[in-house]
Design a protein around this ligand. Sequence first.
Ligand code: ADP
Ligand code: MG
Length: 617
Amino acid sequence: MTNFQDAEITEGWESIFGRDEYRQALREIADTYPEKKSLFVKYDDMDMYNSDFATFVLEEPDRCIKLAEEVAKEAMPPTWDPVNKINIRLIRLPRDAKVGIRNLRARHLNKMVALEGLVKKVTPVKPRMTLALFTCARCGAPIWQPQDGMLLQEPLMCPNPNGNCNKTANRFILDEEQSIYTDTQKVEIQESPEGLKGGAQPQRLSGYIDDDVAGIITPGNRVTINGIIRSAEKTERVKTTVFEVFVDVVSIEFEQHEYDEIQITEEDEKAIIEMSKDPDLFDNIIASISPTIKGMNEEKAAIALQLFGGTRKVMDDGSVIRGDIHILLIGDPGVAKSQILRYMSSMAPRGIYASGKSASGAGLTAAAVRDEFTGEWALEAGALVLADKGLACIDELDKMSTEDRSSLHEAMESQRISVAKAGITASLQCRCSMLAAANPKLGRFDLENSTIVSQIDLPPALMSRFDLIFVRTDKPDEKRDRDITEHILKVHRRGEALQVDETVELDGVDLKMIKENTQSIMPRYDVETLRKYVAYSKRIIPVMKQDAVDMIQNDYMSIRKSGDDTGSVPITARQLEAYVRLSEASARMRLSPVVEAQDAKRAIDLIRYYLKKIAGT
Ligand code: ADP
Ligand code: MG
């Protein structure tokens, strides 16, 4: 690596800030200060000046940024007060500056990196003293003491040469009013689920945000944090050589589009359009969902539609109707509910898996929580907020806490969560679809003595928020049991065969044949292809044709009239919206801009199926 001297660094910044774009940005700061006080510097502009210089800035960010601030101040008009700070904020760091939170190592200390993640927790913005004014209690001399930690640093001695008071221990009086402050905020970010391998728990990192960028992020946001990695002693009391790392935030970039993490090339687009014309598309997608699970085709069909989702509507008066589809699987233990949820949380874009039982702190939605170390209150996101614009897979929903029970209604319908506690008031978005699983009240359905609905231990108001509720009992059934057994054994055999070297001779076993005979449990479309397809489909806003509208209306009316719902879940206008969302999703899956009769039929079939099952027939 090329080493740069201070003079060379200064020269670099002078050249970069001399460009029109930066001259204008600096002029704006001069005109609007303190409203604007940050100069955003694109990495590419540094790279264009000199790529060694750009690399060096990331290696020694503290020194380089300090010099950049001085150069920026030089460029200010003569009326500029040099005490005013200009924040240099580097943005759009190159790909190789990206580091996963779990990959942070000692070599990253004091270097500039880009961290991608989800905002998990934020504290309220508070003033922090950056320059404290003390006066000597004996001689009254003013002393300016810079502050950079959390603990207030007092001057060691009085510098007044005439005061003759620096030989003995002095008292210093803090002048809180004259001291200089900046806004500050502590945040916690968590690795985004896309980067995690099979069910690993996401790691978290704390960060500090200062001045004009404090307060711009909320829990659930997907961001890139560009910052300097620093270390801090874990406890104040014991001296130690092992340090905690945190990030000193330099700049924050938001993800622009909801499916940004999925790149679709022109070639992909061609393949996607070709795929949409396949008459077996729907069956193929169903066959790509948890293929190691036998049967459950209706559940899988519903989950397929959930991936695509209906249209979110914003009405003339600003009110919003959700497009996301919520599904509940409720059934005896061991019917593969958890298996499906885990599969979907890793397959769906922005999938999050959480259990109602173990959700801690923020619970399933969001909450004000106390920081373990500082005792400060912070706003923390739960699973539904972290899954914003994605899929929240919530297992063991029946075991959730009472707080979750009451906050979930709002979260599912208005897709917002309000928190008002301990001085924190916030409203967080959770525009996600929810795939939940629950067990019956007594752990297992008793089909002899009572109805299915009476054995579901969830409040009716919560139940009515689900578009579809699938009941699955584990009654012995010769044919089904045989099918499932065969299938599970197939899965295991294929699993074994894949681990063994094909050239090995085994007595009575033909590895090649096993692999061929178990092809059916491979997903029809691989995860990458399906994700791209789903991401692409979101560009389409399907509109209902009259015959689809008529079909939905007739079906809904006939269910209401026949009283099919007596003894099962009540069919309300909420379910009417379910018809619409499901048929929109079906059209979207075909990449069709129009919702046709075939789409309405798909929705009707699924709704009829679930009502029949839940009525116990
Ligand atoms: P649940 O969450 O419903 O209690 P699990 O998801 O933990 O059940 O599933 C238990 C086990 O049974 C899993 O290993 C799963 O693979 C297997 N299993 C259950 N039903 C099926 C099925 N239809 N096809 C394949 N495997 C199944
Ligand atoms: Mg389970």
